[in-house]
Design a protein. Structure first.
Length: 376
């Protein structure tokens, strides 16, 4: 009798565990990515207005245009012949642009006259870098845009998180609300992903060489600024818990660049999740060059099927004057997916500040990758 009971318990545990092991069928690896010259052209701007930036977050807007959200940015003009700026010092720590693919126009929000940061902390010694954003519809016909902001101070120390709320279509700032209930040991807001009734908030814990992804979730977008109403994924206990102290790194990703993307995708055999970033360990900084993807059956992982889809040719190449170039922080932009594949951006920057006088040394590049059953 006792042995029979144990067998029944074992069978029950086995049945419970099986969906976690085989809850989806993952697609074949992505194809090698190729350059998207159309989007590279969109990002090659001479002004007046935005002429370069990093961060490279994007959102589909309700009218069919697309909002791009940038961190350190140049706003002004570039000589169209030499592609050089008058000064290598950037003008803003963040900026917004709107792309209209129908007309090919690229509009800098707030310019003219504004050339400085669009979002400014109360403490003028600090600055905001951009996190991910999301379009919400609080009432019928009314849209708001919420953008995660990470507040930094001198020596690149993270001192806080905030949520900016913008009206649409004006894109005027309604509010900037500090996020409560979390500390600054983790950078939250790398990605905000809605799935069903939940909102997944991805983060990053950066200990230097090793940079690992974290995850929280909430059931209401209005909780974005109140982390006491978030749950945090604990991969050790394999469950969601309250309190940031209970969060652990996601399983399956040894290290990834500080910004990355995660998307839920549907293909011919079902649903899966795609993580897109860059491997910061092989090769190490400043030669990061491996645009890397992972697959999972759930938003929290475990993550597997690591694939290098592109090797950035700019990494380690000479800058326009004295230094070399670095590449970092790839992201997938699913709203631009078409028969040519999934659009992926990565940032290009210079190790030597004086090289940034050349606009091509500081602007994103765009590539496309195919995933069998998703894009073809």
């Amino acid at each position: 009798m006792f042995r029979s009971s144990l067998c029944l318990v074992y069978l029950g545990l086995l049945l419970l565990s099986r969906p976690a092991l085989s809850q989806c069928v993952l697609p074949a690896a992505p194809s090698a990515a190729t350059i998207d010259s159309t989007f590279d052209g969109y990002a090659t701007q001479n002004g007046p207005g935005w002429t370069g930036g990093d961060g490279t977050y994007s959102l589909a807007l309700p009218d069919g245009t697309n909002l791009f959200m940038w961190s350190d940015s140049y706003i002004g003009t570039v000589d169209p012949t030499t592609r050089k700026r008058s000064n290598y010092l950037f003008t803003a720590h963040n900026s917004l642009t709107v792309l209209n693919q129908t007309t090919g126009s690229w509009t800098t929000v707030g310019y003219p006259p504004q050339k400085s940061s669009y979002f400014v902390p109360t403490n003028k010694n600090d600055w905001f870098w951009i996190g991910d954003g999301i379009v919400t519809q609080p009432t019928a016909g009314v849209y708001k845009i919420k953008i995660m902001l990470l507040e930094w101070t001198s020596f690149f120390k993270l001192v806080g998180h905030s949520v900016a709320t913008l009206s649409w279509p004006s894109l005027k700032i309604d509010s900037i609300q500090p996020v409560t209930g979390i500390d600054t040991s983790t950078e939250w807001g790398v990605r905000v992903m809605p799935v069903g009734s939940l909102y997944y908030i991805y983060g990053m814990k950066d200990s230097g060489t090793i940079k690992v992804p974290y995850l929280a979730r909430t059931n209401n977008i209005n909780n974005l600024a109140n982390a006491s109403k978030w749950q945090f994924w604990n991969a050790t206990q394999n469950k969601w818990l309250t309190g940031q102290a209970n969060a652990t790194a996601l399983n399956g990703v040894a290290s990834i660049t500080p910004e990355y993307s995660v998307n839920q995708l549907t293909y011919s055999a079902g649903t899966f999740y795609l993580m897109t970033g860059m491997d910061p360990l092989s090769p190490p900084f400043p030669l990061w060059n491996a645009v890397t993807t992972y697959y999972s059956c759930s938003a929290q992982g475990p993550w597997s099927n690591k694939t290098t889809v592109y090797t950035t040719p700019e990494a380690g190449a000479n800058g326009c004057k004295t230094g070399t170039l670095v590449t970092y922080n790839p992201k997938a932009h699913m709203e631009f997916t078409n028969s040519d594949g999934i659009l992926v951006s990565y940032n290009v920057n210079a190790n030597t500040g004086s090289d940034l006088v050349c606009a091509d040394d500081y602007k994103p590049r765009f590539i496309r990758m195919q995933i069998p059953g998703v894009t073809n």
